[in-house]
Design a protein around this ligand. Sequence first.
Ligand SMILES: CC(C)(COP(=O)(O)OP(=O)(O)OC[C@H]1O[C@@H](n2cnc3c(N)ncnc32)[C@H](O)[C@@H]1OP(=O)(O)O)[C@@H](O)C(=O)NCCC(=O)NCCS
Length: 197
Amino acid sequence: MMGFDEKSEIEPRVLIGKRVCLRPLAKEDLVHLRKWSEDAEIRGLIGEVTPMSEADSEKFLHKVYADSNRRWFVVVIKNSNQVIGEAGLLRMDAAWRATDVSVIIGEKKGWGKGYGTETILLLLDYAFRHLNFHRVAIGVVGFNDRALRFWEKVGFRKEGIWRDGYYYDGKYYDFVMMSILEDEFRELHGGNDHNDR
Ligand SMILES: CC(C)(COP(=O)(O)OP(=O)(O)OC[C@H]1O[C@@H](n2cnc3c(N)ncnc32)[C@H](O)[C@@H]1OP(=O)(O)O)[C@@H](O)C(=O)NCCC(=O)NCCS
């Protein structure tokens, strides 16, 4: 097991946890992304306005491949190979040692079973230990109580609110900015290698 302070030279392509693994988004995964984007409840919770067409999803894949400041994965249950979500880092700013993160468990039957927690711990380990970031941030839709509890439980702290920052279904809602720093992660989650390679 590698200590938290020893930065790995090798950036892993696949992040492997106990029950889930995160593998890079591929063309055959787009069907799942489109399915989740057709679900109005999920769109509302993550602040997406319209569903993704096939062309949109292919454009998104090209954007992921072209953007060196983004790493995008699908969340796969290891023992069934089922794709249950998408997650990744975006707006990665190496100079500022700061990045944004995203976790979407698109299969609702997979909610509340710890898959989201395993996914974010793999991503934070990847961001802090392998990519050497100092700060990881997320913006959360103000009425997404599940997500607000989820991020807080992982150790993210609220740091500000975009008042009426989210206009959804004819109403304004707050948009909550949250973040976690490398020392906070280390203190809460230890030097454990969350990547179960
Ligand atoms: C938010 C999300 C990532 C959480 O992942 P998850 O696998 O469902 O959550 P976990 O099972 O790992 O639970 C972790 C914690 O989240 C919170 N949580 C999970 N389900 C919850 C629920 N139904 N209501 C309130 N809090 C809940 C709890 O604090 C929970 O800890 P606990 O089980 O010890 O109480 C997932 O539900 C999801 O992707 N939802 C839809 C998209 C979304 O909202 N993404 C986040 C955008 S910011």
